[in-house]
Write a protein that binds this ligand. Structure first.
Ligand SMILES: *Cc1c(COP(=O)(O)O)cnc(C)c1O
Length: 365
């Protein structure tokens, strides 16, 4: 069975399922064992080694969706990011990272890297020239996020990947916002793609998990660090994630369709000063988004006009939940200045364009 010929819903439903040989059940059995007898084939199965039956099977689904050779799943998106960074960076190395970035990733870099003697530069912007300008002789990794959180800026994936490849630098992307349904960065030459599976891969606001996909060699390097850091995912949650991912394409496509309509509605609304959604023709990188995304996703942000109290607006929401997370089947909004980017100083928020009137909108099904 050639995986390339399978439709996306078939991949989501069937790739990596475990056949229930014993009872012929329709779904993958769940193996919670933390201890496995040696079977003479030199596999020492243990959950922290990322090699229990459920772990080993689920990564096939994720790798197939991201057009990757292999993948690993982790206890959270931050575990995926930290394991990935620490696999490719050591003392004296330098990371180039996009300035508009998930708040947790920025904090991780700023708070932890100095302890390890790892250097880093946040770019001045998200243009390819900004990444080029930040590269040093000791740069070992370039990390991007597109569409970015919460402003939905679009970085040129192929241009940054080419920049890195030409210098022998490893490149990685946080593909959480697009999901593998709307964007496959490995096709553009990026080495590693990571997800907070807490978001679209999980999709029901009930799982904390992460994933990284890439070549066998790159994944093995992360595995070597991972068995020491210990950030693998418990098998019960692995099984829940498999169950959730069966509807990934159905959910994301419905959410994307809704988002496009809502972006168009908000774009002409009197109470809204600005909508950030790559699917709108007036988005500065609409053309670029069209060239590298299959569709524009279900995340957007918008600015309320001055005079509307954004906190009061949030409190008045009826059906849409005002929550911290995103990508669930429910629609959700939050104020980045009060939540996801609250740890940045007001000056830092200004510098990356996050105003107090900005609302992030995760569109549901
Ligand atoms: C949520 C999120 C993360 C972190 O994932 P956790 O599962 O919360 O650890 C990383 N990147 C992006 C874009 C996210 O939205």
């Amino acid at each position: 069975m050639s995986k390339k010929k399978l439709g996306v819903n078939t991949i989501c439903t069937h790739v990596g399922e475990i056949k229930d040989e014993q009872f012929k059940g329709a779904i993958s059995p769940i193996y919670l064992s933390t201890s496995y007898e040696f079977d003479n084939v030199d596999i020492k199965r243990y959950p922290r080694y990322f090699n229990t039956p459920n772990q080993e099977h689920l990564v096939k689904k994720i790798a197939t969706l991201e057009h990757a050779e292999d993948a690993l799943i982790f206890g959270s998106g931050m575990a995926a990011i930290s394991h990935m960074f620490l696999a490719f960076l050591q003392k004296g190395d330098h990371l180039v990272v996009q300035n508009t970035l998930y708040g947790g990733t920025s904090n991780f870099i700023k708070e932890e890297f100095p302890k390890y003697g790892i250097e880093f530069t946040f770019t001045n912007g998200y243009q390819t020239s900004d990444f080029e300008a930040a590269i040093q002789s000791n740069t070992k990794l370039i990390h991007i996020e597109t569409p970015s959180n919460p402003l939905l800026t679009i970085t040129d994936i192929k241009a940054v990947a080419d920049l890195a490849n030409a210098r022998g630098i490893v490149s990685s992307i946080d593909n959480t916002f697009a999901s593998p349904i709307n964007q496959n960065p490995l096709d553009f030459g990026i080495d590693l793609v990571m997800h907070s599976a807490t978001k679209y891969l999980g999709g029901h606001s009930d799982i904390l998990a992460g994933a990284v996909a890439g070549s066998k060699d790159h994944i093995e390097r992360i595995w070597n660090v991972g068995k020491n850091l210990g950030g693998s995912l418990s098998d019960f949650t692995v099984w829940m994630l498999e169950r959730s991912m069966k509807t990934l394409a159905l959910r994301v496509k419905a959410q994307t369709k809704n988002a496009r309509k809502l972006a168009e509605f908000l774009d002409v609304h009197d109470a809204v000063a600005k909508v950030n959604y790559p699917g709108l023709k007036d988005h500065p990188e609409h053309e670029l988004a069209t060239s590298q995304m299959k569709d524009f996703g279900a995340m957007m942000s918008f600015e309320l006009v001055e005079g509307i109290d954004a906190m009061a607006f949030q409190r008045e929401l009826k059906l849409i939940k005002s929550t911290m997370s995103l990508a669930g089947v429910e629609s959700m909004m939050l104020l980045p200045s009060e939540t996801s980017h609250a740890l940045l100083s007001p000056e830092e928020r200004d510098a990356v364009g996050i105003s107090n009137q900005l609302i992030r909108f995760s569109v549901g099904i």
